[in-house]
Design a protein around this ligand. Structure first.
Ligand code: GDD
Ligand code: MN
Length: 403
């Protein structure tokens, strides 16, 4: 049945996806207000719950006499945090029109009809509730600090995706409608809080916005932390430039840290040789830990143990240090180029070699172990080295299409 266009009346099956992490006190009111707001729409509420308290039981209790169908998926493992929960909701929703909404009533359910009406006009695939357009309001964010950070993150993000986010004043909002048919849900790699950003950056969707008033949290506490902030920066970099740039960024930070440590130790009176050794050691360990956390986190599980990875990584450093200077000298001798140019070339080659070695060797899946056994439980597949190289190049080439 074709959907009516242009009118406020939309007769589509809608799924309201609500991620929850310890939101017991908010469930009953959220369900009641959502049901009241959606009065007349064919809709269901799907909670995707990662709570450590009895939120899921409370949802089941409220579902029994709710005015619309209410389901809950309680995940045994919290993969991908809030974003991961939303991805599960998108996959399991009954309706193709999905609206993601927080479970703490900071997103007023009363806005749902306006979002559906905007979608009903038929010219967009996403309708986001924005805190930053006329009538919008983000006082509910709390402290001025939190507001400033949120604004700065928004500008940074928009600057990095000037085309894809041109029509989005609030790509970080967690309150949005999306037509699931426009997404390739299994390819979403949501991490942490920014699922809309992931959708906008990776798929070609048309977006419209409606203003929202971001309310105060009703009950319970926010799960936004500094750690979420770090995860966000990593997510952004990975979305924009792929794993390799994150790897480079950490390498760069490491080089600066190395100099800083040396400088402090020498200033404290340590002989420069010792300062250099300690600086190098601290940088090697620090880089390794950061790469583990921010670049290769998704590959760690199938790879060899952490000590083996560490050993492989420092072995590479040693071999690289031993080979780079002779190779540079060879370039100067045979190509007759300046030593500065030769050094630059050798550093670039060393960088790519380092990245390829880490992604293809240090974090390679263990022999006989699957990279990923799919949900259907099919036989594990082990890639050959050639396939792995092709996949790594592929993953790097598959970036959101813009710059
Ligand atoms: N299933 C699941 N798993 N739900 C989670 C998790 C998780 O690991 N972490 C948080 N949630 C749920 C919370 O229970 C709540 O319903 C919603 O996700 C938002 O979490 P809050 O902790 O209330 O986040 P916030 O208010 O600080 O952040 C809001 O503003 C951000 C923009 O500044 C949210 O709307 C975010 O989506 C939004 O990006
Ligand atoms: Mn909240």
């Amino acid at each position: 049945m074709p959907e009516p266009r242009g009118g406020a009346h939309v007769d589509v099956a809608v799924t309201i996806i609500v991620p929850t992490f310890n939101e017991r006190e908010n469930v009953a009111e959220l369900v009641a207000r959502t049901a009241a707001a959606l009065n007349g729409h064919a809709a269901e509420i799907l909670f995707v719950d990662d709570s450590s308290d009895d939120t899921a039981a409370e949802i089941e209790r409220v579902a029994r006499d709710a005015a619309l169908p209410v389901r809950v998926i309680h995940r045994s493992e919290n993969t991908g945090g809030l974003g991961g929960a939303v991805a599960v909701g998108l996959a399991e929703a009954t309706g193709d029109v999905c609206i993601v909404m927080d479970g703490d009533l900071q997103h007023p359910p009363e806005l749902l009809p306006a979002m559906l009406a905007r979608f009903g006009a038929g010219d967009v695939d996403v309708v986001a509730a924005s805190r930053y357009i006329g009538g919008g309001d983000s006082r509910g964010l709390g402290t001025a600090m939190r507001f400033g950070v949120s604004r700065a993150a928004t500008w940074l993000t928009k600057a990095m995706f000037p085309r894809r986010l041109a029509r989005s004043s609030d790509p970080m909002t967690g309150f949005f409608l999306v037509d699931r048919r426009m997404l390739d849900v299994p390819t979403l790699r949501p991490q942490g809080f920014k699922i809309l950003l992931e959708i906008l950056a990776r798929s070609d969707v048309r977006i419209a916005e409606v203003p929202m008033e971001f309310s105060e949290r009703r009950s319970g506490t926010s799960k936004a932390t500094l750690r979420q902030g770090a995860t966000f920066v990593a997510h952004l970099t990975r979305l924009r430039f792929g794993k390799m740039s994150m790897f480079a960024l950490i390498g760069g930070i490491g080089a600066v840290a190395n100099l800083g440590i040396m400088w402090i130790l020498i200033a404290m009176g340590m002989p420069y040789i010792w300062a250099a050794i300690i600086g190098a050691a601290a940088t090697i360990v620090g880089n390794f830990l950061l790469q583990e956390r921010f670049v290769f986190a998704d590959m760690r599980q199938d790879a060899r143990g952490p000590w083996t990875r560490f050993a492989a990584s420092i072995t590479f450093n040693g071999v690289e240090a031993a080979l780079r200077i002779p190779i540079m000298a060879l370039m100067v001798e045979t190509w007759h180029i300046s030593s500065i140019l030769a050094t630059a070339i050798s550093l670039v080659i060393a960088f790519f070699a380092r990245f390829l070695f880490h992604s293809l060797v240090v974090y390679a899946p263990r022999r006989g172990r699957s990279r990923r056994t799919d949900a259907a439980g099919t036989e594990p597949v082990t890639d050959t080295a050639a396939q792995r190289i092709l996949k790594a190049i592929d993953a790097e080439a598959m970036r959101p299409g813009e710059l």
